[in-house]
Design a binder for this molecule. Sequence first.
Ligand code: 3PG
Ligand code: CO
Length: 554
Amino acid sequence: GVSWKLADHPKLPKGKTVAVVVLDGWGEAKPNEYNCISTAETPCMDSLKKGAPERWRLVRAHGTAVGLPTEDDMGNSEVGHNALGAGRIFAQGAKLVDLALASGKIFEGEGFNYIKESFANGTLHLIGLLSDGGVHSRLDQLQLLLKGVGERGVKRVRVHILTDGRDVLDGSSVGFVETLEDDLAKLREKGIDAKIASGGGRMNVTMDRYENDWNVVKRGWDAQVLGEAPYKFKSALEAVKTLRAEPKANDQYLHPFVIVDESGKPVGPIVDGDAVVTFNFRADRMVMIAKALEYENFDKFDRVRFPKIRYAGMLEYDGELKLPSHYLVSPPEIDRTSGEYLVHNGIRTFACSETVKFGHVTFFWNGNRSGCFNAELEEYVEIPSDSGITFNEQPKMKALQIAEKARDAILSRKFDQVRVNLPNGDMVGHTGDIEATVVACKAADEAVKMILDAIEQVGGIYVVTADHGNAEDMVKRDKSGKPLLGKDGKIQILTSHTLEPVPIAIGGPGLISGVRFRNDVPSGGLANVAATVINLHGFEAPSDYEQTLIEVVD
Ligand code: 3PG
Ligand code: CO
């Protein structure tokens, strides 16, 4: 069994309220017109940076520092919060799927054997994000999967695509569809009946998260399972090109469509006897569709038909719910997270965000595990997000409300750790709207200020950091850093995350003098934050955690 008792820290006291603030999508980059953070008025974050140089630094938030395959992989909220909460670097879904495909083990496991039963008499449906973003899925993995099933007896394949434009450039969907069509043509040459059957933009179809809006999943269900959508096309290329030409259309929010044959019949509804694989490795935006595909009892929307299928996820998406029950690749085993340790050592924890990021400071923080460890010591509060809007319309989002909840939790003195995620920089940054993102950053800064003021009042400690970059760079650049222009002569807006490091600041009246960032952890990353926070609660971190960022000098 695990020994949960943490040793006392030799120098740092217990009993201080510690606020842990995660600014989502808040990286550090040189000031310029595409850096919405430097453009925005952010007096609070500025003062942390300028105030105490030994209590502000940068940490790595992308690539191998957070368990991603390469240094070209931008950070994201899943791997970022996993690292922040777990204090160690785990090979993440992207990497695990790469390995399983490279070794061929993906085709030998329980999950694959389970779906393979349907190959002789049924259709294999693949549903997921068509993109090379590497955040939720990767096109090259889909290609290897298609090749692999082709070699293993599949007779009929239908792909249900979700277009991206959020982790990759808007408009890139067209090229991805062309690539996929080429691969499907190769399968057809081998006598396999392979087609794209439906599609839609990821933010409009299927990929909702944390139950923000079940209609998104329903639109996907209607197209993928029932073969019904407001738009019908003969080919996916035609669909994507035509729908993108509508006013204000973009890849993220493309309307749902189905592909129909000459007689107008959908080419690939999901029916009894079929197999389904959701090929995203990342969990948050797959949990809802997994429930719809798997749960016998389901009341979130009317499924009309609930086909008897064999369903497998690329990964297991929720370790607590064991969802889905079949999967192709085992997820990272993120165990003994800092949250679990702290609760075992009596730390009373409050965690809060608004819906769209709620699971980030709870589910991801706790190692992709829903629910709390000990309801008597923990309180998780979700503030409902606005739904049905894009966040550039409301760039302040619920930052103020989150800060008020955190402030009240701090002032109540009922909690030892008060943890929040402030979504603005990320969620508005993803819209590509520069003006709105500037407003978003200011709102996040004001929220930080409110939380820090409360910490001041109770004599507590704060840790302010971020999970990955986004708002600090809104333009696609060439290797030398020069903004890239599109065919239309306009700059190419970067809606995605970045490779930039993120700041971490510590302080507050509860921090004893002499606490400062060490300078012997220069390549420190997000995984080093957990040990740091554990120290600030007065404990030594578990010995296998990534080392703490702080030291106490006399
Ligand atoms: C999303 O799911 O919104 C993006 O693909 C990644 O954003 P996140 O990692 O900040 O959630
Ligand atoms: Co993001």
